[in-house]
Design a protein around this ligand. Structure first.
Ligand code: XLS
Ligand code: NI
Ligand code: NI
Length: 438
């Protein structure tokens, strides 16, 4: 059965393409700086938004039909899987990401739920082979069911913790069975609404216990992928513990988990934390914790996670600049954790949205290399810190100078007379020239 009738395979046709159903900038097999664009970008489809979400919001029901011609929940899950691979095939997307509950609906009991997961996992495995697709990462939805109303790993109720552990155990098993290259912890309800009822210390200790158990169990069954934490400052809880990359790094180091986890940075979560997307990527990079990306964008006028498809090329350029500087993706990739607007409610819109996102990142990749090859920005930064490469600066960096010696130096110097301009406006203009000049 064909689910997206009338939509052909999307191909690269260049900027003079006649149809909107074509890539203008994403040319998967074109080599850019020694790697194909496909290898650089490692695009992934998010199962939850693309295959499941129907466009419902707080004020209205869904506008997009995702029943895939079936009423029975398991029948629907199977059709959803077929549709998912048809979509990835038509969009030439190599990877996908899922939560356990995206691929199979919960049953009456945990045992029944797990049996359903096994059935769909077997189907996914077949489809992956048939279409040559891979699993970028798996995760567990430990936030949707009402049993997690107070959290999962950070629940005040030990029974909820135990249930979450059981669910994560299974999610790790199916991720491993499908050869997943990663496993994500996003702290869905791992946070608090008010400190008046919250033992923050115990909650965070418990979260660390759950993560340690997960890593140890996953390795014991042969999981070879990377583990990620996906920071987010708020929503659904008022305060999420995994607020931003810096907060997560402190948490990981406190509990000795820093060698086991990297970051999965989501653009919209960065801006919710009052950081730029580039800031979060930079913090991850300089701490050797860069892992993967949830590619989307928020709306600067809205204070929530709008998960829009990324089309802002300035942002994708600075993102790819950081990715390149981090050495590129290893096991991570660009997962479109993004959904079409409620009013963009046809199957065509989903294709057009992915095309827009993939083209925006293809442009970003090309622009990032232009910036690096141009050299003016990197050279400016290098020059700006040149005083640390010789004289007193070199001694500071080498750790070979004392406070007393610095005092002697300052006394002899009189005052600082060597400050030079930061040239922000000039550098912003250089960016514009590189990106839009011709
Ligand atoms: C929600 C998160 C979620 C994670 C996976 O805000 O982005 O979708 O990516 O659980
Ligand atoms: Ni996400
Ligand atoms: Ni999001």
């Amino acid at each position: 059965m064909e689910f997206f009738k009338g939509i052909e395979k999307i191909k690269y046709e260049g900027k003079n393409a006649k149809t909107p159903f074509a890539f203008r900038y994403y040319n998967p097999d074109e080599v850019v700086a020694g790697k194909t664009m496909r290898e650089h970008l490692r695009f992934a489809m998010s199962y939850w938004h693309t295959m499941c979400a129907e466009g419902a919001d707080m004020f209205g029901v869904g506008t997009i039909d995702k029943s895939y011609g079936a009423a029975d929940p398991m029948e629907q899950a199977k059709n959803k899987a077929y549709a998912a691979f048809e979509l990835m095939d038509k969009l030439d997307i190599d990877y996908f990401c899922f939560h356990d509950r995206d691929i199979a609906p919960e049953g009456q009991t945990l045992a029944e739920t797990n049996a359903r997961l096994d059935e769909i996992t077997a189907l996914l495995k077949d489809l992956m082979k048939r279409y040559n697709k891979k699993l970028l990462w798996g995760t567990a939805n430990c936030f949707g069911n009402k049993r997690y109303m107070h959290g999962a790993g950070t629940a005040p109720n030990a029974d909820a913790f135990a249930f979450a552990a059981a669910q994560i155990k299974k999610a790790v098993e199916i991720t491993t069975a499908l050869g997943g290259e990663g496993y994500v912890f996003w702290g869905g309800r791992e946070g608090y609404e008010t400190l008046l009822n919250t033992d923050m210390g115990l909650e965070q200790d418990n979260m660390a216990r759950l993560m340690r158990m997960t890593v140890d169990y996953a390795r014991s069954i042969g999981f070879k992928g990377d583990f990620y934490i996906e920071p987010k400052p708020k929503e659904p809880t008022k305060h999420q513990y995994d607020f931003d990359t810096a907060t997560v790094l402190a948490f990981l180091r406190k509990y000795g988990l820093d060698n086991d986890f990297k970051m999965n940075i989501e653009a919209n979560h960065a801006t919710l934390a009052a950081h730029t997307f580039q800031h979060e990527l930079r913090v991850a990079r300089i701490n050797d914790a860069f892992g993967s990306i949830d590619a989307n964008q928020g709306d600067m006028l809205l204070g929530w996670d709008t998960d829009q498809f990324p089309t802002n090329v300035y942002e994708t350029t600075l993102c790819m600049y950081e990715v390149i500087k981090a050495g590129g993706f290893t096991k991570g990739g660009l997962n479109f954790d993004a959904k079409t607007r409620r009013g963009s409610n046809t199957p065509e819109d989903i294709f057009l949205a992915y095309i827009a996102g993939m083209d925006a990142f293809a442009l970003g990749l090309r622009m990032a290399y232009k910036i690096i090859n141009d050299g003016r920005i990197d050279n400016f930064v290098q020059e700006r810190y040149a005083s640390y490469t010789n004289g007193i600066g070199k001694k500071i960096v080498d750790g070979s100078v004392t406070m007393a010696e610095l005092e002697q130096y300052a006394l002899a110097m009189g005052d600082v007379t060597t400050n030079i301009s930061g040239r922000q406006e000039y550098l912003e203009n250089v960016m514009n020239e590189i990106m839009f000049g011709f």
